[in-house]
Design a protein around this ligand. Structure first.
Ligand code: EPU
Length: 335
């Protein structure tokens, strides 16, 4: 383990923001993590850097989780319990599972980030969330260095939410995640219009898990920017959820607005639509901008600072509130 001083974090966050860490260490084993935690406090745990906006230099020791490895924990005739270490890249793991014929995460293809951060925000796309296949995760308590398991129930998963964004925030470092995937009789999720359209375009009527993955990859590539080409953090805001009364009023003012009915008391409105209507889609302020194909995604066109992107986010939030009376909450962590 080598502790580096004043290290640029630009290659370690998908927004590509150039801030520096006072100290930086990359760890490749859980024991190394425990040693670091015993000797340093506070620390900042860095995973794939795909869900954060860094607005300033970090004055602490940044611990980059570079834990690798995929193993089968258990197997039945129908299911496999597969464990991946926190530093494995999420999409590469999805491809690995598809190659092995394991189903359950094909709809989550091409989501940026690492395995270890997936439970924190309960990643989701096209009708599937991590919680649907999640079995458990192992985590190290930052204060004590003790390891423990979190079961699915203990994670309190919600829409882009979990215990790790609430009571357990900043207290644990997730070191591995175990998923329950199917070996046969895969449960396919193709109800999303975009997936149906894509499968139709490809003349596929009985899709395999691989077909669904390919469809999802193609949909995502058509509207979401590749962080390797243009810095971004996926959806910057969560889709707001309105109660029945607020939704009735919204719908009568904007009958054309898309929405998802969660229950007869809750309706989700796409923040991307609100932001587009507020006039921000494709707009650029210096190097900080709003993606031209999906207004929910803020982008770094080159050398935007975290502060510039955050100011843009605040402007968007304010305009959406003024125009629609709706508060949109950031999905990414602002640091
Ligand atoms: N829309 C617009 N203008 C835009 C963007 C969207 O009018 O600029 C409209 C679309 O026409 C559509 C609706 O909003 O009617 C929903 O758009 P989309 O299907 O692109 O999905 P989303 O609700 O904007 C969510 C997730 C994405 C996930 C997709 C697909 C959140 C915050 N985002 O986006 O997740 O890929 O659904 O399931 O829930 C992420 O979390 O980083 C992410 C990309």
């Amino acid at each position: 383990m080598h502790i580096e001083q004043n290290k640029s974090l630009q290659p370690y966050n998908t927004f590509g923001i150039d801030v520096s860490a006072k100290q930086f260490v990359s760890i490749t084993a859980v024991d190394e993590l425990k040693t670091i935690l015993a000797e340093n406090n506070p620390v900042f745990i860095l995973g794939g850097g795909s869900n954060m906006l860094l607005t300033k230099d970090l004055d602490t020791l940044v611990v980059h989780l570079n834990l690798k490895g995929i193993s089968i924990e258990n197997e039945t005739e129908d299911h496999v319990y597969i464990k991946a270490m926190a530093g494995e890249n999420w999409h590469e793991f999805v491809l690995h599972c598809l190659a092995e014929g394991y189903g359950g995460i094909e709809n989550l293809s091409l989501i940026p980030g690492n395995i270890g951060t997936a439970p924190i925000q309960n990643i989701g796309a096209y009708g599937v969330e991590l919680k649907d296949v999640f079995e458990s995760c192992r985590a190290v308590e930052i204060e004590t260095g003790k390891e423990r398991t979190f079961t699915k129930d203990e994670c309190h998963f919600g829409y882009r939410d979990s215990i790790f964004k609430n009571e357990a925030k900043g207290k644990y470092c997730i070191v591995s995640v175990t998923l329950q995937l199917t070996k046969k009789n895969h449960e396919l999720h193709t109800s999303y219009g975009a997936i149906q359209d894509e499968l139709k375009k490809r003349n596929i009527s009985s899709p395999t898990i691989q077909d669904i993955s390919k469809a999802v990859i193609s949909i995502r590539q058509s509207k979401l920017p590749n962080p390797k080409e243009i810095g971004n953090s996926g959806s910057f805001f969560k889709n707001p959820v309105l109660n029945a009364e607020a939704f009735r009023e919204f719908k009568s003012n904007y009958p054309e607005a898309p929405y998802y009915e969660l229950s007869d008391a809750e309706y989700k409105v796409p923040a991307g639509w609100l932001i587009e209507q507020a006039g921000f889609k494709g707009k650029r302020f210096g190097d900080a901008g709003v993606h031209d194909k999906q207004a929910l995604v803020l982008v770094n066109h080159g050398n935007a600072s975290g502060e510039e992107l955050w100011n843009l986010a605040l402007q968007i939030q304010k305009k959406v509130r003024e125009q629609f009376g709706i508060y949109i909450e950031p999905e990414v962590n602002i640091l």
